[in-house]
Write a protein that binds this ligand. Sequence first.
Ligand SMILES: Nc1nc2c(ncn2[C@@H]2O[C@H](COP(=O)(O)OP(=O)(O)O)[C@@H](O)[C@H]2O)c(=O)[nH]1
Ligand SMILES: *[C@@H]1O[C@H](CO)[C@@H](O)[C@H](O)[C@H]1NC(C)=O
Ligand SMILES: *[C@@H]1O[C@H](CO)[C@@H](O)[C@H](O)[C@H]1NC(C)=O
Ligand SMILES: [Mg+2]
Length: 407
Amino acid sequence: MHLIFILIANLLLTTAEQDLFEGTCDAAVKSCQNDPQNHDTKFLFYDVNPPEGFNLRRDVYMRFAVMMSETHKKGKKLDWRLVLPPWYRLYHWRSQRMIGQPLPWSTFFDVNSLKSFAPVVELNEILTNETSNTLEIDTVYVLQNYDDPFEGGIFADKWQVNKDNCRYDGDFWGHANVKAKEIVCVRFQGQISRLWELISLHPSDKNVMFAHGEIALHDSYGTKNYWDCRKSMKFNENLVKTAEYYIENNLNCTEKLCKSYMAVHWRRQDFTRSRHNDVPSLHGTIDQIDHAVRMHLRKIKKIFIASDAPTSELNLLIHELEYLKYEVFHFTPSKTELELFKDGGVAIIDQIICSHAAYFIGTHESTYSFRIQEEREILGFDSDTTFNRLCPDSGVCEKPSRWTVIH
Ligand SMILES: Nc1nc2c(ncn2[C@@H]2O[C@H](COP(=O)(O)OP(=O)(O)O)[C@@H](O)[C@H]2O)c(=O)[nH]1
Ligand SMILES: *[C@@H]1O[C@H](CO)[C@@H](O)[C@H](O)[C@H]1NC(C)=O
Ligand SMILES: *[C@@H]1O[C@H](CO)[C@@H](O)[C@H](O)[C@H]1NC(C)=O
Ligand SMILES: [Mg+2]
């Protein structure tokens, strides 16, 4: 994660325009632009490193969506659509490990809103339209990191086909009827729009896929177009309604910018095991929450906790805070809600509730917390109420970077 941030910071300084390859579709031909059923429509698929979680995947989506949108804005590649990779067997989705079916993006997002920003289609929209029942991907490019990203002391954008040990480590989101005709491994580093150069290696390809899409970096992190894309990532309306109902009934707020509660994202599990320099102990957490309320929120008694902690650990935190006379809230889905929303939807409901809080404290370098911070920027909270983190019990505690919204 740290390296990624160095790289992103690097990219912010780069304004060089990519010299994109010309598309084969003439902007003046209307059918090219608007008809997804058009015979000549080409599809760009991508996949992400299997162990990566939901919220990094959202960031990878934005890289592809911004790339597509910026290319189309220049009148290029108008015959291309971006295929939304289904959500499938995510590592953190504990209650679904066994029964995991690939879930379309509409389970979690408002897909029409995504479509208002970039030309995206769900995989199941294409699969049902494939007459032969099998979807053939012409070329799967498996992206790989360079062994030394700073070769010769500099980080340069580059790519190179790599013929050694080439294989695709995914399974097309559990879809047995998706097949690859050719697999090409490519060492790649740099901005995502350079993937068009790879695509041009096989100009007659109709379906192209990039595995390990997370290796390609943002073209424009933090720009207006980045934020326009981010704003279009509205959640499924049932998730929004459930979160708003919870806020109204438990946290006494009916506005967008609530004043009645503070929220904490307490990331545990793998973070507790492998990042003890970044996360506090249970008692450290309690002290920091109590301190924040005394410093900034003297009138507030309600605290909402979002967490992936095991129930026993979470209950300890809740009881200790209650002992300090706080009213503590945690969203526990009913059995029906869990079946309906799945683990992924419940995690989003927690994020929405954190997004509306008067004050938010997140977990260092958690992409789950980052997405809440972005949401709060979009809602219009003062950034001081947003970019706060839990510190380790001892040692350095770097302030969170402030990625503020651009309208
Ligand atoms: N319901 C809920 N789930 C969480 C919470 N924090 C983490 N998770 C789960 O754990 C996953 C964490 O992975 P990821 O999205 O990659 O975020 P990161 O690992 O914190 O950067 C989330 O996608 C959720 O499934 C939380 O506060 N509430
Ligand atoms: C699939 O077919 C339906 C009905 O013909 C059409 O409305 C839809 O746009 C098609 N989707 C794609 C991605 O081609
Ligand atoms: C709810 O909020 C209103 C102000 O918006 C306040 O007057 C009222 O006392 C609050 N109720 C509770 C139970 O906290
Ligand atoms: Mg993760």
